[in-house]
Write a protein that binds this ligand. Structure first.
Ligand code: DLL
Length: 433
């Protein structure tokens, strides 16, 4: 089902015209209402009138997560406080998150793009959508919620966690579409199998999975074990939340809702714009956001754009599934974690040196985080009991820093590799290529 044929199937000329008009407007709005952008433009001797064609976007400055953090909490808002009706933050648990502010119009846009996304998964008025993304400051829960209501389907706002209850509701309410992270979908499949539930008797037909990296192999596994179509959804808080891009039933790339979000791919090193099909960092500009217009946001997500028209009939550009990041941000069970947070936790413990390595694995379906920490020579020759205590203390400290349980292993002094350049802190054994 195509939710908005006019927007999703327009000709390339029409699309470019809309994009250019909106780009001019958003640049003007950002310049006139966000001091940060005024300053950046002035420094570069740029005026909103310098944008005359779409390619002129390359003249504009990039916006980074650091810029947004520095504007914490509301420095990037382009409207008065009374116009903002909702806020969300990125899914990291500590440190200063980035904040996104929405006007009523922004919530309407979010509902619209999410309605398009859910329609791609076959959602219609008769469907029940069990929304297992977390509700709260995280955008997953409410984004899917608004989209479901816009479509006219029934939203089951169960939020994340409590797997037994999820399964009970899937059965009792005859859920048709499920929304959660792909790793949680696999975990659900496993628990269903353990409970001996016959999946053919369930009403499930599709799943809309995102918020973390996953692979084609994972898709096959989820589809087989849950008996559904598993579709990829992409988005980020800074731009709007989920609903920046979504896969259709062709399962051949994610359609970007280009009339609202303008994509570019750049070489993360040279910052040069790359051509169609070339892999690089995705950069996004919000074309219609009112509360918080964002110009050329460097997502740090690696992908490529493809412009051939899709067999589904949509003319919207497609992006490949995300295969990596240009920074060391990890998403562990859907939560953003930076190695610096682990380091901060270690440094809070007296006598602890920040010699550590983080190992991320996905032994079955859920991510595991192991932190190897070098023990001091004194500790290493200590009694086992004391070593255990220190290990538990580190685990507790990391837990309070990142909100996730980790396994700490104390290793021999000077046993972790030293590097002459940038230390390799993270060994991610999950394979997303
Ligand atoms: O994860 C928004 C979202 C919610 C998307 C629910 C999809 C479903 P943040 O917490 O701000 O927002 O994290 C954004 O998550 O830059 C990517 O690195 C990663 N990410 C999101 N979707 C995907 C995906 C939400 N489908 C960051 N594949 C982004 C790979 C994804 N990575």
């Amino acid at each position: 089902m195509i939710w908005n044929k006019e927007a999703e199937c327009m000709s390339s000329e029409e699309k470019k015209e809309i994009q250019l008009n909106r780009l001019k407007e958003i640049v003007k709005r950002a310049y006139e209402n966000v001091p940060y952008y005024k300053k950046r433009f002035d420094e570069m001797n740029l005026k909103p009138e310098d944008i005359q064609k779409l390619e002129d976007i390359e003249k504009l400055p990039f916006t980074t997560k650091t810029d947004l953090r520095e504007a914490y909490p509301f420095g990037m808002f382009a409207v008065a406080d009374e116009e903002i009706i909702e806020v969300h933050t990125s899914s990291g648990t500590t440190g200063k998150p980035t904040v996104s502010g929405y006007t009523q119009k922004d919530i309407d846009i979010w509902s619209e793009v999410m309605a398009r996304a859910l329609s791609m998964a076959g959602a219609g008025k008769k469907d029940k959508i069990q929304n297992c993304y977390g509700y709260g400051l995280f955008t997953g829960g409410l984004g899917v919620h608004y989209g479901t209501q816009k479509v006219g389907a029934t939203v089951i706002p169960i939020s994340a966690g409590n797997t037994n209850r999820q399964i009970e509701i899937i059965q009792d309410f005859n859920t048709n579409i499920i929304t959660c992270t792909p790793s949680y979908a696999l975990y659900l499949a496993e628990v269903l199998e353990k409970q001996g539930v016959d999946i053919d008797k369930l009403g499930l037909k599709a799943g809309v999975f995102g918020a973390e990296m996953w692979t084609e192999e994972m898709r096959n596994e989820i589809e087989k074990r849950l008996g559904i179509d598993a579709l990829n959804i992409y988005g980020l808080t800074e731009i709007i939340g989920p609903g920046v891009a979504q896969e259709c039933m062709q399962k051949n790339g994610l359609h970007i809702f280009e009339d609202h979000f303008y994509p570019e791919i750049i070489d993360p090193k040279t910052q040069e714009t790359l051509g169609e099909g070339e892999k690089g960092e995705l950069v996004l500009t919000t074309l219609t956001r009112e509360g918080m217009p964002i110009i050329r946001f460097r997502t740090k997500d690696i992908t490529a754009l493809r412009r051939e028209v899709c067999d589904c009939g949509r003319t919207l550009v497609r992006m490949d599934r995300i295969t990596g990041r240009t920074d060391d941000m990890m998403k562990i069970r859907g939560v953003i974690v930076f190695p610096s947070q682990i380091e901060r936790a270690l440094l809070k413990i007296e006598g602890m040196e920040p010699q550590y390595q983080i190992i991320v694995t996905r032994p079955e379906y859920l991510d595991e985080l192991e932190v190897q920490v070098e023990a001091s020579p004194a500790l290493f020759s200590d009694e086992v009991k004391h070593v255990e205590e220190v290990k538990r203390m580190i685990e507790k400290q990391i837990h309070s820093e990142i909100g996730l349980r980790v396994n700490v292993t104390l290793v021999e002094p000077e046993s972790l590799p030293r590097s002459e350049g940038k230390a390799i802190r993270v060994i991610d054994k999950r394979n997303f290529e």
